[in-house]
Design a protein around this ligand. Structure first.
Ligand code: TXA
Ligand code: MG
Length: 326
C-alpha cells in the first residue's frame, strides 16, 4: 500500500489538459470524463504507471485495460484492423465503441495493461476533455472506469472523488457524462463478437456490419475472452430486486416510466431512470441513481422492468450484474 496522495480537482480546460499530460508523463494517475463514464488514465506504455493504476483501483491484474487514442491512425500503431474493424471504426469513432483486436507488431503498450493477452482493446472517446488530454499527451492512455474495483462506474467527478480521493493525482471535472454507461465492446478477431453491450446499441453495429454478431463463448482456451465480465462487477452494497412489480416496505425504488408500481408510495426513496420511458435518458441516469439509492440504507432496491431494446440491452446487463449476490 502506497502513502496517500493529495488528489487535485480541476475544471476541464486547456490548462488542465496540459497539467494532465504532464502528470501522465511522470507516471501519475489522472481521472477524466469521457462521453460514457469517467476513466482513470495512466500512460499505457509505462508498466509502473499501469501497476499503480491497478493498485489505486484495487483491480485484479488479470483484467486487461482499454487503450484510449485520439484517432484511427494512432489506433493502427497499436492494433491490427481487419475489414470489419475498419468499417466500424470509420463509422463510429469517436464514440462509445471499443474494439478488441490483435496487438500490432511493435505495439508500445505495456504487457501488464493487456494482462498478457495477444489482443488489445482500443477506443477513441468522444469527449472534448478526453480528446484534449490525448492530444496533449501524444501516447495511448489506458483508462478503466474511475471507480474502485467492484463499485458502480462514475458518471460525475464527485463519484470519482468518493472512490479514489487520496489514491490518484488529479481529477478533471467535465460535469455529468452524457451516455452514462460504458462503451460497447466488440471483438474483431474473425467473426465480430459482442463482448459487452454498452453505450452503442447492438442494432446500430449490426446494421453497419451487414450481419448479426455472434455471442461470446465463455473462454478461448484458458484465457477468458472478456475477463472483466465477472458476475458481480457492477455492484452496489444494497441487494437489488429486478423486474419488481410492487414495492415492499423499507425498499427503495428505481423506477422507469410514468406508471408507479403497487406500493410505490411506501418506498423509502424513489428515483426514476426516465419518467418518459426514454432509454437514452435512463442509461445516463443509471449509475448515479444506483449510487444514490445505495446510500439510503434501504433493505433492498426494487427495480422496475426495463425494456431490452436499444440501450436497454446494456442497462439490463449492468442491472443483472449488480443484482448478483456476493
Ligand atoms: O466506456 C468505457 O469503456 C470506459 C471509459 C473510461 O472508456 N472504460 C471502461 O473500462 O469501462 P473498464 O476497464 O472498466 O472495462 C474494460 C473491459 C473489461 O471488462 C476488460 O476485461 C475488457 O474491457 N477488455 C479489455 N481488454 C480486453 C481484451 N484484450 N480482450 C477482451 N476483453 C478486454
Ligand atoms: Mg469498469
Amino acid at each position: 500500500m502506497t502513502a496517500p496522495l493529495t488528489t487535485r480537482l480541476a475544471r476541464a480546460d486547456a490548462g488542465s489538459a496540459a497539467d494532465a499530460a504532464r502528470i501522465l508523463g511522470a507516471g501519475g494517475l489522472v481521472a477524466f470524463p469521457t462521453e460514457t463514464v469517467y476513466g482513470l488514465g495512466a500512460d499505457a506504455t509505462d508498466g509502473r504507471a499501469v501497476a499503480r493504476l491497478y493498485e489505486a483501483k484495487g483491480r485484479p491484474a488479470f483484467n486487461p485495460l482499454i487503450a484510449h487514442v485520439p484517432d484511427i491512425t494512432a489506433a493502427r500503431a497499436i492494433a491490427q484492423f481487419d475489414a470489419d474493424a475498419a468499417r466500424l471504426a470509420d463509422f463510429f469513432w469517436p464514440g462509445p465503441l471499443t474494439l478488441v483486436l490483435p496487438r500490432a507488431p511493435g505495439c508500445a503498450v505495456a504487457a501488464l495493461a493487456t494482462a498478457g493477452l495477444d489482443t488489445i482493446a482500443v477506443r477513441v472517446p468522444d469527449h472534448p476533455a478526453a480528446r484534449a488530454i490525448l492530444a496533449a499527451f501524444g501516447k495511448p492512455v489506458v483508462a478503466p472506469s474511475a471507480n474502485r474495483s467492484g463499485h458502480v462506474s462514475p458518471t460525475h467527478a464527485a463519484h470519482v472523488a468518493a472512490d479514489l480521493g487520496g489514491r490518484i493525482d488529479l481529477i478533471i471535472d467535465g460535469g455529468a457524462t452524457s451516455v452514462g454507461i460504458e462503451s460497447t465492446i466488440v471483438a474483431c478477431l474473425g467473426e465480430p463478437m459482442l463482448l459487452r453491450p454498452g453505450g452503442l446499441p447492438r442494432a446500430a453495429i449490426e446494421r453497419r456490419l451487414g450481419r448479426k454478431m455472434s455471442a461470446p463463448s465463455a473462454s478461448a482456451g484458458d484465457k477468458p475472452l472478456a475477463p472483466g465480465m465477472l458476475g458481480s462487477h457492477y455492484a452496489p452494497r444494497t441487494p437489488l430486486r429486478l423486474n419488481a412489480g410492487h414495492v415492499e416496505l423499507g425498499e427503495a425504488l428505481l423506477a422507469f416510466g410514468s406508471t408507479p408500481p403497487e406500493g410505490a408510495a411506501g418506498a423509502k426513496t424513489m428515483l426514476n431512470l426516465s419518467e418518459r420511458g426514454n432509454l437514452v435518458e435512463a442509461a445516463a441516469n443509471l449509475f448515479s441513481h444506483l449510487r444514490a439509492l445505495d446510500a439510503v440504507g434501504a433493505g433492498a432496491i426494487a427495480v422496475m422492468t426495463i425494456p431490452s431494446d436499444g440501450l436497454g440491452e446494456a442497462i439490463n446487463d449492468r442491472l443483472s450484474r449488480a443484482a448478483v449476490t456476493r
